[in-house]
Design a protein around this ligand. Structure first.
Ligand code: NDP
Length: 310
């Protein structure tokens, strides 16, 4: 089996030389174990999941040919004892690609749903702002916002992404890389400000948004991708005055906090994809291209969910 190994921790932005491909010998599975073959690898800022098919099974709970989502690194094949696997529902619709189990009907979809419902407690008629809006999480956030009857503003890093957001039904979208002033662009997109802010980017972006939150606004801190590869911690943003005088609520979250209801939530997301939700993927072919796909995603190459088809 092939495996991508991290040679050492990243220093600054990841480089090709930080990764090494190795061959691993897989032992024969014992009772309770099985061998999984990777079909799609999820390309995430934090590198996690794989969509796998069971090819050999000595575990009665998983039959040969069934599909699972596993957390087992960048590997072409892996030995599993069946723990920490999420089975892909047996009635998965034939016309929906399995790779969606890594995106809209997987962890990014759950993240969008929980951030909006549990943290923002988004209500119809409110104005929602989301950044990294054309990505895996952001594109679901905006669409759920529309389904809930909200006015949705999104920003992303290219004109093609902005056009995609308009196609998805976002009310306003702008390219944060080409606007002269982020503050002005945010004001133009919603002169009255924002009730909810789904935060994926952090840093200076947050500093620009805080003054434009409405009183009693809610901020779901999901990620801070603009800071992940910094070697020197940023100072600021200095947000306290806005938090106090506008009585804002800001809460960080990890999507597994609500994992006890994942099964029901994944069913809800599946129904959304079947009816309303549009979903794009950025597919890179070939296991050997995983590091390049990972670095490309961090630079914004992807529209929609980035995956590698093994
Ligand atoms: P995406 O599919 O959104 O891909 C990452 C995107 O981030 C890129 O396409 C790029 O888009 C944008 N980006 C990269 N650098 C910057 C920057 N300096 N400033 C602004 N945007 C940048 O990834 P995900 O949807 O998987 O993840 C989105 C966020 O959600 C991340 O912060 C991630 O860590 C977080 N997350 C948190 C979870 C949780 O449980 N809390 C779970 C899952 C994800 P662009 O071209 O627009 O710049």
């Amino acid at each position: 089996a092939k495996a991508w190994i991290l040679r050492h921790q990243f220093v600054g932005f990841p480089k090709a030389s930080d990764f090494e491909m190795k061959l691993e010998e897989l032992p024969d599975p014992k009772d309770g174990e099985m061998i999984l073959e990777a079909l799609y690898l999820s390309v995430d800022p934090y590198m996690r999941y794989v969509c796998e098919q069971v090819i050999v099974s000595k575990n009665p709970a998983f039959s040969v040919g069934s599909y699972v989502v596993a957390n087992c690194g960048w590997r072409s094949f892996v030995l599993s004892d069946g723990t920490e696997l999420t089975p892909i529902v047996s009635d998965w619709p034939k016309d929906i690609p399995l790779s969606f189990a890594l995106g809209a009907i997987g962890m990014p979809g759950l993240t969008a749903l929980y951030g909006l419902e549990e943290i923002c407690q988004l209500k119809a008629g409110e104005t929602l702002l989301v950044n990294a809006a054309a990505g895996a999480v952001g594109s679901v956030v905006g669409q759920i916002g529309k389904i809930k009857g909200c006015r949705v503003v999104g920003c992303a890093g290219s004109d093609a992404k902005v056009a995609y957001l308009k196609e998805l039904g976002f009310d306003q979208a702008f390219n944060y890389k080409t606007v002269g002033s982020l503050e002005e662009a945010l004001r133009e997109a919603s002169a009255e400000g924002y009730d909810c802010y789904f935060e994926n980017v952090g840093g200076e972006f947050s500093s620009a948004v805080m003054p434009q939150m409405k009183p009693f606004g809610r901020i779901a801190v999901c990620g801070s991708i603009s800071l992940y590869n910094d070697t020197v911690p940023q100072t600021g943003p200095y947000i306290h005055a806005h938090m106090i005088f506008k009585q804002l609520k800001m809460e960080g979250f990890l999507c597994h906090r609500w994992s006890y209801k994942n099964e029901e939530s994944l069913r809800r997301l599946l129904l959304c994809v079947l009816s309303l939700l549009t979903w794009m993927e950025h597919i890179t072919q070939g296991f050997e291209n995983m590091p390049a796909a990972f670095m490309g995603m961090l630079q914004g190459d992807n529209i929609g969910k980035a995956v590698v088809q093994v």
